[in-house]
Design a protein around this ligand. Structure first.
Ligand SMILES: [Zn+2]
Length: 286
């Protein structure tokens, strides 16, 4: 009888150990999986349902840099955050590189003006775009922007303001008033606009504009697709809502007027100095 219980005990222990082994394995592997899949694969392919005629205008060269987090990530298990992060000192080095190479940081509104043919841009324009409106933009990026008197654009998700990791409503008002930051829209709740019903996509695009305009007290002109996901219908809503431009995660630095709702960006990564400058200039004219 006792032997039987000892045997049961052993079997249960073995089952628990196997369970624990797989749970640990899953916990270790999941962040790698989720990091790999933060952007759906098709975010890096131009949607097939959009037809682009051969452009007739001369392309404009404007590197639009894409940032997410700028901070020191304490949780080494947070692979998504680490993958999207650039440490503050590297970001400052990148700003120094741009300043020393005589780049002028401009807003997306200036890009829109240039695409409209309304203005001539400075000789070496660059746009620093930050997605998602994270709290570290206010604590880590904004002080550096002020220090170097550099402009940036923040694509804010209107319904998450004040939540953990995100800027508060007051902080968004403050960066907007500073004249150094253009507040732009990144939907109301960061849905994948390709996967939700069209009525939801439309509401996310229209409502975020209304909410942000109420917050900052003036028109919000520009938009970024969450996960870089868009279709012809989605881009159509962005136009209908009277945004002037929309950025994607497709790579590139040369822009045509007809691409104003699918502008390409580049990721600066950890590059500084000449490697960063080469990255901004490497692409051929379209
Ligand atoms: Zn985003």
């Amino acid at each position: 009888m006792v032997k039987k219980y000892v045997l049961y005990g052993k079997v249960v222990t073995i089952i628990l150990c196997i369970g624990l082994f797989f749970a640990t394995l899953l916990r270790l592997l999941y962040p790698l999986y989720s990091k790999k899949h933060y952007y759906p694969k098709d975010s890096f392919r131009f949607p097939k349902d959009i037809i682009r005629p051969t452009p007739t205008d001369a392309p404009i060269h404007i590197p639009i840099l894409m940032y997410h987090y700028v901070e020191y990530v304490k949780d080494k298990g947070d692979r998504i955050r680490i993958g999207l992060n650039i440490p503050r000192n590297i970001f400052e080095e990148q700003i120094k590189t741009l300043v020393e190479a005589s780049y002028s940081a401009i807003f997306m509104n200036d890009v829109a003006d240039a695409l409209d043919g309304k203005v001539t841009l400075p000789q070496k324009p660059v746009v620093l775009t930050f997605d998602d409106g994270y709290g570290d933009f206010y604590t880590d990026v904004f002080p550096i922007l002020k220090k170097y008197n550099i402009k940036a654009v923040n694509y804010v998700i209107s319904e998450v303001l004040g939540k953990k990791n995100y800027m508060t409503r007051e902080q968004v008002q403050e960066i907007d008033k500073s004249g150094l930051v253009e507040v732009a829209s990144h939907t109301t709740s960061h849905v994948n606009l390709k996967l939700v019903p069209l009525s939801v996509a439309r509401k996310e695009i229209f409502q975020s504009k209304i909410d942000l305009e109420e917050l900052v007290g003036h028109t919000v002109f520009n938009f970024a697709y969450p996960y870089g996901a868009f279709t012809a219908s989605v881009a159509g809503y962005v136009k209908e809502a009277q945004y002037r431009t929309a950025v994607t995660v497709l790579p590139g630095t040369w822009h045509h007027e007809q691409d104003r709702y699918y502008l390409e960006r580049i990721r600066p990564g950890y590059n500084t100095g000449n490697t960063l400058l080469k990255l901004l200039e490497k692409e051929d004219k379209k």
